[in-house]
Structures are given as structure tokens and as C-alpha cells.
Design a protein around this ligand. Structure first.
Ligand code: ZN
Length: 298
């Protein structure tokens, strides 16, 4: 039993009261949870992954907000899920690993909430720490395994958007978790040659795995082809589903190939590729964000 038949929280219109909980929890299957932070808490509204194995669970990412307590009850939410799972699967001891898809600020801000949690390992966001924790000796082009106990994740290094970015394959759910490298939104390929190399390797890797869904960490596209919500948007009533298909992953690789010599912003039906350092496209992006604040899209 597994499903992505879920309406994600997507913010509230300007001027109306926020009706979203700070964190939405979706149980994809009995051992796989997705969490989304609300647009009211952070316009990034990232998705987090909580995967349970026989010996440990791993939480990939801690979100974009440093707030705590009722405003951002991440620790409480995760503790409740772990408690409920352990009630179904009693263990004498059970570890939680708090790790990251990549090291950008909007994926690590909740780390501190777990600092005093018992039986918890936090994998800091720095590249050297990530390499050492998973046992990378030849970064990035190496497959390493991370065993949750009867659930062995496979990962490869996929820098380019961020230098410690991982792509994670979970054979249990069939998810290919692609961090911010592949998602229905703006894909910031800051170091483009490195990003393209990562996409080439990701597609090669995906070819020989049974993948149900390609799962990123944000949604920014509307349901209209080639139309994204502006940066900083806090209400996305018409956003797309989070998941991409393997075909869309291949399309993204092909699209990246096609713009490799063209710095700047390139819009495709299912994603926007931003080639190069931010100064190449920041002004139009921010201008559009500002305009949207003056005149919110209908
Ligand atoms: Zn990122």
C-alpha cells in the first residue's frame, strides 16, 4: 500500500488567515513518510523524507526554518511519527539519523531541534562530513550504501547545485530522491559543468534501478507548462505534484545538455534550468518576485 494521492498544503491567499498546519505529514507507505513545511512558515516550503528500517530511521533534511515550538514543531512531529512506528514495530533501542539531501540553508535549519535527542546521529552538512559518514572514498562518482536495517539505500554524489548534494535511491519505496537537482521548479545549476555531469550519472544510475518516482525537495511549477510561481511566492493553489517520472528526469538531462553553453534562465514545460552563478539571472527573477508582491497572480 503506497500512495502519492495527496493534496499538499500550498499556502493561503494574501490578506486571508493562514489555514495550513506548519508541517504536513503524509504516510506514503507504512515505513515511508513525507513532510512538507508550510508556505506560511517559509516560502521555500521544502519537502522532507523520513524512512524507517529495521535498525534505524533516517530523516533527510530539517527544513528552512530556525523557528521552534508551535510555530515549527519539527522535532515534536518527527518524535510522534517515530513513537507511532515503534508502537507498531517494538524495538529495545532504535536510532534516528538526521541527514541532508544537500547542505543549503533551507534544508538544514531544523538540525538544532535534534541536538539533544537521545539515540540520534546528526550528519552535519559539510562535504567532508558527508563523505566520511557514508564512506565515500571516490567522490562523487561512487555508489555507496547506507543500511537502515533490511532497507539499504544507495547513493551517489551529485554536486553542481550544491557541493555536498546526494542522489539517494531507496529500493523499498522505489524513490529516487534527487534533492534540488531534479524537481518541478527552478533548478539552480550554479556550477553548470558539474551539474550536467551529475545529471548524466543520475540518468545512468536510474537506468538500472526500479524507480517509482523521482522525488525532489520543492515544487514551484504551476500546472501550466512552462509557468513557475515567482520566487518567494507564499500561495501556490495550482502547483504541480512533487513527483517526476524517470522520463522527465531524462528530459531534464537532455534539456541541461541543450543549454550547456547558455548561461542564464531557461524555461521548459516541467522545470526551469538556471545555468551558472546567480548574477546571470538574479535581476529578472527578483524583479518578477517584486512585481508579484505588488500584483499577486490571480
Ligand atoms: Zn538547494
Amino acid at each position: 500500500m503506497s500512495d502519492l494521492d495527496v493534496r499538499w498544503i500550498h499556502g493561503s491567499p494574501r490578506g486571508s488567515e493562514n489555514t495550513d498546519p506548519p508541517i504536513q505529514v503524509h504516510r506514503y507507505d507504512p515505513n515511508t513518510y513525507l513532510l512538507r513545511q508550510s508556505k506560511a512558515l517559509t516560502s521555500e516550503a521544502p519537502f522532507l523524507y523520513l524512512l524507517f528500517g529495521d535498525e534505524r530511521a533516517v530523516l533527510f533534511d530539517t527544513g528552512a526554518s530556525k523557528k521552534t515550538g508551535d510555530e515549527n514543531p519539527l522535532r515534536e512531529t518527527v518524535d510522534k511519527i517515530v513513537e507511532a512506528w515503534l508502537a507498531e514495530h517494538p524495538h529495545e533501542s532504535y536510532e534516528l539519523v538526521v541527514a541532508h539531501t544537500h547542505g543549503h540553508q533551507d534544508h538544514v535549519e531544523g538540525d538544532e531541534q535534534f541536538a539533544d535527542r537521545p539515540a540520534t546521529t546528526i550528519v552535519d552538512r559539510e562535504l567532508e562530513v558527508v563523505q566520511e559518514f557514508y564512506g565515500f572514498t571516490s567522490w562523487p562518482d561512487q555508489n555507496v550504501e547506507f543500511d537502515l536495517g533490511g532497507r539499504v539505500l544507495e547513493m551517489i554524489g551529485t554536486p553542481g547545485h550544491q557541493k555536498a548534494s546526494l542522489t539517494i535511491y531507496d529500493p523499498w519505496s522505489g524513490f529516487l530522491i534527487t534533492a534540488d537537482n531534479a524537481l518541478p521548479g527552478r533548478i539552480y545549476a550554479f556550477d553548470f559543468p558539474t551539474y550536467l555531469d551529475s545529471m548524466e550519472r543520475t540518468v545512468e544510475f536510474a537506468r538500472t534501478r526500479e524507480i517509482t518516482h523521482v522525488m525532489g525537495c520543492h515544487v514551484e511549477m504551476t500546472s501550466r507548462p512552462g509557468r513557475d510561481y515567482p520566487v518567494g511566492c507564499t500561495y501556490q493553489p495550482d502547483e504541480r505534484p512533487l513527483q517526476l517520472t524517470v522520463q522527465q528526469l531524462i528530459d531534464l538531462r537532455d534539456a541541461a545538455r541543450s543549454v550547456k553553453d547558455k548561461p542564464g534562465s531557461h524555461t521548459f514545460d516541467d522545470f526551469v534550468i538556471l545555468n551558472g552563478p546567480a548574477r546571470r539571472y538574479l535581476v529578472p527573477l527578483l524583479a518578477r518576485a517584486l512585481w508579484a508582491k505588488v500584483r499577486p497572480p490571480a
